[in-house]
Design a protein around this ligand. Structure first.
Ligand SMILES: C[S@@+](CC[C@H](N)C(=O)[O-])C[C@H]1O[C@@H](n2cnc3c(N)ncnc32)[C@H](O)[C@@H]1O
Length: 225
């Protein structure tokens, strides 16, 4: 049920996806994604999975900065097509698939990166187990996702801003429903502590959390045991 709905949402927003990311985050999502890229220690033979790649921002940045093998996987065809068009190169290699059933052998990736994807997954615990399975021993999982601001007053300010987002969706993309889903998915997503617990349960260790803008978003960096 959620799977089909999420697929419809991303099909309906695909043509305006990059534009709306800039509008809603005031361009800040680019800075946050750059921060993720700056955390990577990639070598020529490294294999990286950009999971829930969407329009391909992470794969594009990896390709521009590193000479390595990269796979972009997403559950939505239109988003994958967007990425192909935007990156316009032989790398990354694109795969249509789902996080809950990753079509890879175990222990092959040096990094799995999920940027603003996890909260959309149909089954987060199973997806985390799959990510753990496909990572090499000591391989790194990096998750960039919306989270919970630490300061209670700022948290209320952010909540008020979230209420505006569906109207931005209506105004700029003529699509209120998709952006209502976006807000709902952010509000329902585990905060930093809860996500750390889920990562531990899925078999990850040495979990480090980097808060962005006091925790409005957070990067969770964890290793496969
Ligand atoms: C908000 S976009 C993020 C795209 C990109 N990573 C970024 O940071 O801009 C979320 C993406 O997750 C994908 N997605 C949703 N559920 C998925 C699943 N179960 N497995 C793989 N991808 C999924 C959607 O199709 C969509 O492209």
């Amino acid at each position: 049920m959620k799977k089909e709905f999420v697929d419809q949402v991303f099909s309906s927003v695909s043509s305006k996806y990059d534009f709306m990311n800039d509008v809603m985050s005031f361009g800040l999502h680019r800075v946050w994604k750059n921060e993720v890229i700056s955390l990577l220690k990639i070598y020529k033979d490294s294999l990286v999975l950009d999971l829930a790649s969407g329009s391909g921002d992470i794969s594009k940045k990896i390709k521009e900065k590193y000479d390595c093998k990269c796979i972009a996987l997403d559950a939505n065809i239109k988003m994958l097509e967007l990425a192909k068009k935007k990156i316009d190169s032989a790398s990354p290699f694109y795969i249509y698939g789902t996080a809950e059933n990753l079509p890879f052998k175990k222990s092959i990736f040096d990094y799995v990166i999920v940027s603003f994807g996890l909260r959309n997954f149909n089954d987060i615990p199973e997806s985390l187990k799959q990510i753990n399975r496909v990572l090499k021993k000591e391989g790194t999982f990096i998750c960039l996702e919306f989270s919970e601001a630490n300061n209670p007053i700022f948290r209320e300010v952010i909540k008020a801003y979230y209420k505006v987002i569906p109207n931005l969706g209506l105004l700029f993309a003529n699509n209120k429903i998709a952006y209502e889903y976006l807000v709902e998915s952010i509000i329902n997503f585990p905060n930093q502590i809860e996500l750390t617990k889920k990562l531990t349960e899925a078999g990850f260790k040495t979990i480090k959390v980097i808060d962005i803008i006091d925790g409005v978003a957070a990067i969770h960096i964890s290793k496969k045991q």
